[in-house]
Each structure stands twice: as C-alpha cells, then as structure tokens.
Design a protein around this ligand. Structure first.
Ligand SMILES: C[S@@+](CC[C@H](N)C(=O)[O-])C[C@H]1O[C@@H](n2cnc3c(N)ncnc32)[C@H](O)[C@@H]1O
Length: 415
C-alpha cells in the first residue's frame, strides 16, 4: 500500500470508536451526524461546545444584534393577535383570554428569545401580559447557556420538549430559526446504476489507530428502505442516468417527524421556519456533486464531514419541496414564503435603516453597528437569501394575514 494513502486523515476519537464497534463497525450518515452533534458528552451541541455568534463558531441573524428580533416582533404580534381574536369553537378550544405561547425550537444562545421578549413587552404590553416563552432544546449544554441568557427575561419562560407540549398543547407561534438544518440527514450515492446509502465506517487496520471513512453501502430497496426511497422519488431522482457516478446528496428524513411533533404541540397557531433552503431543481443540479452538507467551526467552513467529530457543526440546506410535502403530510397549511431580504423589507427594515440617520452623536458607534447588521440581514449573497416559510394549523382559526408577505411600507416620514 502507498504510505501516503494510509496517512491518518480522520482519526476516530475513542468515544466514537466504541459506539461504532457496538454498532458492528459502521452506521448510516444520519446516525453519525446525530452523535457528532447531539451526544450529551461529546457532541458539538450536546456538550454545549459550539458557540453561535460572530465571536463563536458561526454567526446567525439573531446573533448579529437585536435588530432581527425587533423586525420580527410585529409579525409575531400580528399572528398572536389574530389567534387571540378567535372565538372558541364548540370543540373546547381555549378562550381568547387564555395563555399564548411563543415556542422557539433550537434557540442556540437564547439571543432571539431574549430580544423578542423585550420587543414584545415594549411594543404590545397587553398581549405580552398573556404570553409565555417556551424553549425546545434537546441539548443540555446549549440549554444551560440559554438559562443564563434569559435570566432577566421579562416574560415567563420554560423549557420543554414537543412531546411534553403535546400532553397539554399550546396556542401560539412556533419559531424554527436555523434549527431544521441541524437535524441529522441521510446521504445517498448514485453509483451510475443504483442508489446506495452512505455509511460511516470504522477502519481499525491503520497503524496510527482507528480511522473514519465514508463508504457506499448496499443498494436502496424500495420496501426495506421506504423512507429513503420515497424521498429519492419525491426529489425526482429515481431515473438518475444523467447524473455522474459518485453523485451524492442528502435526504431530510428527520424533518417529517419534527413537523409532526411541532404540530402536536399546538392546538392552533403558526409555524415560521427560517433557514437556508434550495428548490429541488437546484438541489439536483449535476454540478452539485457532494450535496450541501458543510462543517463549521471558528467561522471556518469545511467540506470535510469526518473532521474532529463533536467539534464542528454539520449542517445541510433544506429542500423546499420536501419541506412542503412533509408539512402537508402533518396537516400544516402553507401560508406563504419569502426570501429573508424581502421579508425584512416588508417588516420595515428600510425605515429602521433610515431612522439611524437621526442618531445623536453619542449614539454614532451603536448606529454604525446597527447599520452593518441590518445590511448583513438583507445581503442577497448571504443571510438575505434565507427562506422564511410559514404554515398554520388547520381548523377554526384561519390566520388572515401575514405582514412579512405584504408590500414594504411606504418610505418617508419615519424615524
Ligand atoms: C444552528 S443552531 C441555531 C441557533 C439559533 N436558532 C440561532 O439561529 O442563532 C441550532 C440549535 O438547534 C438545537 N437543536 C438541534 N437539534 C434540535 C432539535 N431536534 N430540536 C430542537 N433544537 C435542536 C441546537 O442545540 C442549537 O441550539
């Protein structure tokens, strides 16, 4: 063997080697991703090792400052007020004086929840008086930091799972900001004739110690691998002859159960997903040879998915059509979708930017930081290209309007 080929590219940490041995030496990519992100002791989120923010591992819209929450707050207030105005039906729904819940899944550092609480209390005190924050965070390491961040929160706040909420469902809004991209995905490879599941394999033969490598597993079977096969079909990939051998993509098998869980948590309300996503035709481009999965750490992106497991974020774009089909299957009714840039303009970003011009000299530094953050939020080559996708629970509470889908307010006269 060529010594260069046997170089230890992907040392497998002992905790993961132990898991892989117990699993027979290999696991699906989704299982690997789940361990690498969510293992309570060693996972990047499970241990709380990953830090969200410009000074951490990667930045997100809420981590750039409170402007994102301030712009989102009117949209949430509009939905909550519409829900509140509903006359209870004969099926025993809560009355309009009942508690409303703002449920955030995957709150990261807790920035969005904290800033939204402040914005809602300031702008809609009567509504806020009946509002609670519910944070859905499976990773204890992240939840510990959220507790600190929210220690002075002006709204009542609790942490619980969708399953716990389903026992006493809430009415309100579920927010999923950059969380569905962190759900484990499966990877499948087109070998030129058949689709195969990609495996993560423990290689114990290397002199340098256990190594990780990716390997194509057995061909997918329509019945035995129904969940994967259905998604291959849904993505229009059954007849894949046009694709080069080795073409790999990811399938979002964890999204459907997540949507069902979120649906069971609400008697009535709205779900807003904000995330990076591609239309199917762009996902399936011949040139997108390795899918969209990417690793992040210390503001650095890497295509090496086996690098230092438990130290890097692993994340994949959503597929818009798969998300919508999964949502419909869980009885979510689509309300509409928009790119973040357009959504934030509809919610008054231009007016906010204009208002910064009126800042007093002593506010200049803060105004400049705010200006930079606002421009980043709508950058069409960055956060502005994220998708805002809203759904409602069906039933007797039609949400009539959504500000983020409306025309931007007219310019002028604002400050
Ligand atoms: C990419 S971070 C996003 C953080 C935050 N929403 C933001 O945009 O700044 C993903 C967050 O989702 C959490 N998470 C991962 N899987 C989850 C799941 N199944 N349900 C809820 N949260 C999850 C992670 O622990 C982390 O807090």
């Amino acid at each position: 063997m060529n010594p260069a080929q046997s170089a230890p590219d992907h040392p497998c940490p002992p905790w993961l080697a132990q898991r892989l041995r117990a699993a027979g030496g290999s696991v699906s990519f989704a299982r690997y991703m789940d361990w690498a992100l969510h293992d309570p002791d060693h996972g990047a989120y499970g241990s709380g090792r990953l830090q969200v923010g410009p000074a951490g591992d990667f930045a997100t819209s809420p981590s750039l400052g409170s402007d994102f929450a301030a712009l989102l707050a009117p949209q949430l207030a509009q939905w909550l007020l519409q829900l509140d105005g509903v006359t209870p039906s004969s099926c025993g729904m809560e009355s309009s004086s009942g508690r409303l819940s703002l449920i955030e899944a995957g709150p990261g550092e807790g920035d969005l929840a904290a800033d939204l609480a402040v914005a809602l209390v300031a702008g809609w005190p009567e509504l806020a008086a009946r509002l609670e924050l519910v944070l859905v965070e499976p990773n204890a390491g992240m939840a510990a930091r959220q507790r600190q961040r929210l220690s002075g929160c002006p709204l009542p706040v609790r942490w619980c799972s969708f399953a716990e909420l389903a026992a006493a469902p809430a009415q309100g809004v579920v927010l999923a900001h950059e969380v569905l991209d962190a759900l484990p995905v499966e990877r499948v490879i087109w070998d030129g004739a058949l689709w195969r599941r990609q495996l993560v394999v423990l290689d114990e033969a290397a002199a340098a110690g256990p190594q990780l490598r990716l390997e194509a597993g057995a061909p997918l079977q329509p019945q035995a691998d129904a969940a994967l096969w259905n998604q291959v079909q849904q993505r229009g990939l059954i007849a894949a002859e046009r694709l080069p051998a080795g073409w790999t993509t990811e399938l979002h098998t964890a999204v459907a159960p997540w949507l069902a869980g979120a649906g069971a948590a609400l008697t009535r309300g709205v779900l807003l997903v904000v995330d990076y996503a591609l239309e199917n035709r762009r996902y399936n481009l011949e040139t997108r040879q390795g899918g969209t999965l990417i690793a992040y750490r210390h503001q650095q992106a890497s295509g090496d998915l086996l690098r230092e497991p438990g130290h890097w974020d692993l994340t994949a774009h959503l597929c818009l059509e798969t998300l919508e089909a999964d949502a419909l299957a869980s009885a979510w009714r689509p309300l509409g979708q928009r790119l973040q840039g357009e959504a934030l303009l509809a919610l008054g970003l231009a007016q906010r930017l204009y208002g910064l011009q009126q800042s007093r000299p002593e506010e200049l530094a803060a105004a400049l930081a705010s200006r930079e953050a606002l421009l980043r939020l709508v950058d069409p080559a960055g956060l502005g290209a994220f998708h805002w996708i809203a759904f409602a629970r069906p039933g007797d509470h039609p949400v009539q309007a959504s500000l983020f889908l409306s025309d931007p307010p007219a310019q002028g006269g604002c400050g």
